[in-house]
Design a protein around this ligand. Structure first.
Ligand SMILES: Nc1nc2c(c(=O)[nH]1)N[C@H]1C(S)=C(S)[C@@H](COP(=O)(O)OP(=O)(O)OC[C@H]3O[C@@H](n4cnc5c(=O)[nH]c(N)nc54)[C@H](O)[C@@H]3O)O[C@H]1N2
Ligand SMILES: Nc1nc2c(c(=O)[nH]1)N[C@H]1C(S)=C(S)[C@@H](COP(=O)(O)OP(=O)(O)OC[C@H]3O[C@@H](n4cnc5c(=O)[nH]c(N)nc54)[C@H](O)[C@@H]3O)O[C@H]1N2
Ligand code: SF4
Ligand SMILES: [Mo]
Length: 738
């Protein structure tokens, strides 16, 4: 224990902003978290969440020991006891129902946690779990699907080159709140302002006049769920006005004729009434993208989490290709990671079918190994062969963040085995039989594994652990290996973590053609750091174990608390393209096959009112509402409603209202605002912290309502099965008690 204040430089892991922070501690207490102006990436950028890393660490509600539930009571347990209980629970399910009854739900925070990210893949392999649920299918799965089909690699999502572009078009993303997603930049909003200062143009297509839209040149208030029609009408315009110009992509694209003929019926006039955007606006946007010296087109969660998510996500890239903006400065490009961790594991084969089957109950598609999250509850509650009886959640809170959340809440309570790897006793984990905690952010080393996949500058920043975790702590990576082994039927007493880790490491070495003994003698430490070092050394800047004496290794980053900037990406189409044809597939059959569904929908009557989701800068999905400083100020869990709709429904600002969907009814406060399209209402997700037994003292005082209780079970994008938590019909009325 020291009483002299000391500081440490590290990265905030909470989002893709990757902000460098300086953490001051005194007597093992965090006294300050400030932006790090010397950090080569963020250069002093920060948001309110990043300053609360100390509060998260010291939060009295954060779990510091494994927890076992006996009936209604919880007790703190040793790791040994907890794993023994896990063994009994898992063995019970395996013996009674067979391996198909075990499942897992993987959450978003895995991607922000260094140990979990590296080891979750090995957990999946070892566990032999076939029904894998994750937040991917309430997030970017449609984009994964289209990238797999177009480029042969589900993770090669093109990123907007905001620093060089002359025109940025954003569909369904709000970086003013989210800080950018599948698009890492030190300061998206600052870069947008710079773009406009240098004479460029920013257009935002969103049903809500968001913080981002308000800083753009133009806001196009589209009707939710109709982007695919608007984008098809832009494609139609590009073809009919001879604006297609592939430039350097000439000869590298398959399927142009099929695309052109599919686009014929989607005229701007036809799209206009469906999208609520006039034909001339659609045409003008297409012309502007085509004629801009360079243009970057970006679509994010508003495009994925909707009924036509695959079509809309696909069409973003189609526009980039048709206007010659893919793989080009100022257009959309790919990252060059310093530690390319995906290179360590074999990619989903480019020639393998993407559709692997249909779900047992609703028959939704299982693509690229993901069972849609919007079927999670029904797969647990519907009896019969294949019914799920055991679940392991890892850094996930489906009781708030997944669709049909009320149904999920009931389903979790029915499970014979629920093991949660988590940091809180919350809405999901309260149903667990065992909770296995993760060390706090400040108790772990950190390297941004995923965020660098979406950055157009290369670099790296290593953060050492600031505090030691409690004594005899079992690290996430060990937890992953152990749970994986238990699911495969192995008993605790037979598990040798060291041997398992060596085996995993040797497999990764083999995958990239490194002799494991060479790597192991150079990298003796077990765990995620050994893998990170391997990835850096074999990456584009690495020393290749001595082959490139000036190359980098993890140790070099450990001496650079401000991080290293390694310049702009040099990755090109040639580096990423893996399709069997060797060309970009611009019109994959599986995607084009969904156009008739869109076309039919365009002729149907439109609902009077639909719901969309939103984010707030001071929230992080469902789990940061227990941080007191982030909860001050105006209540955030309100229903945005346009004055026209409010007047029609007799609602005034601040009124308590009931929102009803086909799934459920919730009560919230109305916030009447002109910053939303009439006919659309918006709620944030991740609220509803009033569940019995959850141990979140601060969040409970600001409970809010769980918007995903409204998201309909099984309501999904057709080809990907991704949840459509945006754009479903609701009715709103004054609460009865009001
Ligand atoms: N209606 C609607 N629903 C949505 C969305 C939307 O836009 N609208 N967005 C969707 C998206 S994009 C996503 S990614 C999902 C997010 O949904 P989830 O992936 O389920 O993530 P969260 O709800 O944030 O829950 C995170 C969980 O991880 C725990 N946790 C936090 N830090 C750690 C850690 O270091 N280790 C461990 N083991 N656990 C930790 C928290 O306590 C919490 O239980 O929500 C989706 N749901
Ligand atoms: N502060 C904060 N930052 C976060 C998160 C957080 O919860 N809080 N979550 C992180 C995660 S997990 C993710 S995936 C990213 C998401 O990052 P973003 O994609 O930027 O997410 P949102 O801020 O929800 O913006 C989505 C926008 O889509 C709009 N939208 C909804 N439906 C439609 C539609 O049908 N068409 C169109 N065109 N727009 C539509 C919504 O109105 C909203 O403005 O943010 C990450 N960053
Ligand atoms: S949460 Fe805030 S401080 Fe942390 S990386 Fe994101 S933008 Fe930066
Ligand atoms: Mo997400």
């Amino acid at each position: 224990m020291s009483s002299i204040p000391s500081t440490q430089h590290r990265t905030c892991p909470l989002c893709e902003g990757m902000c460098g922070v300086v953490v001051t501690t005194e007597n093992d207490k965090v006294t300050k978290v400030r932006p790090d102006f010397n950090n080569v990436w963020s250069q002093g950028h920060i948001c309110p969440k990043g300053t609360t890393l100390g509060e998260l660490h010291h939060d009295p509600d954060r779990l510091r020991t494994p927890m076992i539930r006996d009936g209604d009571t919880w007790r703190e347990a040793t790791w040994e006891e907890a794993f023994q209980r896990c063994e009994e629970l898992i063995q019970g399910v395996l013996e009674r129902h067979g391996p198909g009854a075990m499942s897992c739900y993987l959450g978003n925070m895995i991607a922000k946690n260094y140990g979990l990210t590296r080891y979750v893949a090995e957990f999946i392999r070892l566990s032999q779990i076939t029904n894998l649920f994750s937040s991917s299918t309430v997030d970017q799965h449609p984009k994964n699907l289209t990238c797999q089909l177009m480029y042969g690699d589900m993770w090669k999502v093109p990123i907007p080159d905001i620093d060089k572009t002359d025109m940025l078009v954003i569909f369904g993303g709000n970086p003013a709140a989210s800080k950018g997603s599948i698009f890492s930049h030190r300061d998206v909003m600052g870069a947008m302002a710079d773009l406009r200062k240098r004479g460029g143009k920013v257009v935002v297509v969103d049903p809500v006049n968001t913080g981002t839209a308000r800083k753009a040149d133009q806001w196009i208030a589209i009707r939710p769920g109709t982007d695919a029609a608007m984008l098809m009408a832009m494609v139609n315009t590009l073809f009919s006005e001879n604006l297609v110009n592939l430039r350097h992509l000439e000869g590298r694209v398959n399927g142009l004729d099929a695309l052109q003929s599919a686009a014929r019926e989607f005229t701007p006039e036809r799209a206009a009434s469906f999208c609520g955007v006039d034909a001339e606006t659609i045409r003008t946007l297409a012309r502007q993208v085509a004629s801009a010296p360079s243009a970057a087109v970006y679509g994010r969660i508003g495009l994925c989490n909707q009924e036509y998510g695959t079509l809309a996500s696909w069409l973003i890239d189609v526009i980039a290709i048709l206007t010659g903006n893919l793989d080009r400065d100022g257009g959309n490009r790919w990252s060059m990671e310093t530690a390319p961790h995906l290179a360590l594991t074999p990619p989903y084969p480019a020639d393998a079918p993407v559709l692997l089957g249909k779900t047992r109950v609703s028959g939704l598609p299982i693509t690229l190994g993901q069972t849609p999250a919007c079927t999670f509850a029904e797969e647990i509650t519907t009896p019969g062969e294949g019914q799920l009886r055991g679940v392991i959640t890892i850094a996930a809170n489906p009781a708030l963040s997944a669709p049909a959340a009320g149904h999920i809440d009931q389903a979790l309570a029915e499970l014979e085995c629920l093991i949660c790897v988590d940091v809180y006793l919350n809405e999901t984990t309260r149903h667990a039989h065992v909770i296995l905690p993760t060390a706090s952010i400040l108790e772990q080393p950190h390297w941004d594994v995923w965020a660098w996949c979406w950055a157009l500058r290369s670099g790296g920043h290593y953060s050492p652990a600031l505090f030691e975790p409690p004594e005899d702590w079992v690290h996430d990576w060990e937890v992953m290996l152990r749970l994986g082994a238990l699911c495969s039927g192995t008993k605790n007493r037979d598990i040798d973590i060291g041997a398992m880790d060596d085996h995993y490491f040797a497999t990764l070495c083999n995958n990239i053609g490194v002799e494991p003994p060479i790597a192991s003698s150079a990298l003796p430490e077990r765990g995620p750091e050994r893998i990170l070092d391997l990835a850096i050394r074999m990456g584009p800047f690495g020393d290749r174990f001595g082959e490139r004496p000036d190359g980098l290794k993890l140790a070099d980053f450990k001496t650079r608390p401000e991080g290293m900037d390694l310049g702009r990406t040099r990755t090109t189409l040639d580096d990423i393209l893996r399709t069997p044809s060797g060309k970009i597939e611009i019109a994959p059959d599986y995607v084009i096959g969904d156009l008739p569904r869109l076309s039919t929908a365009m002729e149907k009557p439109l609902p009077e009112l639909v719901l969309v989701s939103r984010r707030h800068l001071s929230s992080m999905n469902s789990w940061m509402h227990n941080v007191d400083t982030l909860m001050r100020g105006q209540h955030r869990c309100t229903l945005f409603i346009h004055p026209d709709d409010a007047t029609r429904l007799g609602i005034e600002n601040g009124d308590a209202v009931e929102v009803t969907s086909s799934e459920d009814t919730i009560a919230v406060e109305a916030e009447v605002t002109p910053h939303i399209r009439p006919g659309v209402v918006s709620l944030p997700h991740g609220w509803g912290h009033n569940a019995d037994g959850a141990q979140l003292q601060v969040a409970r005082r600001h409970a809010g309502a769980n918007s995903n209780r409204l998201s309909p079970n099984g309501f999904a994008d057709g080809p990907s099965g991704n949840a459509a938590v945006n754009g479903f019909p609701v009715t709103v009325r004054l609460a009865i008690s009001a």
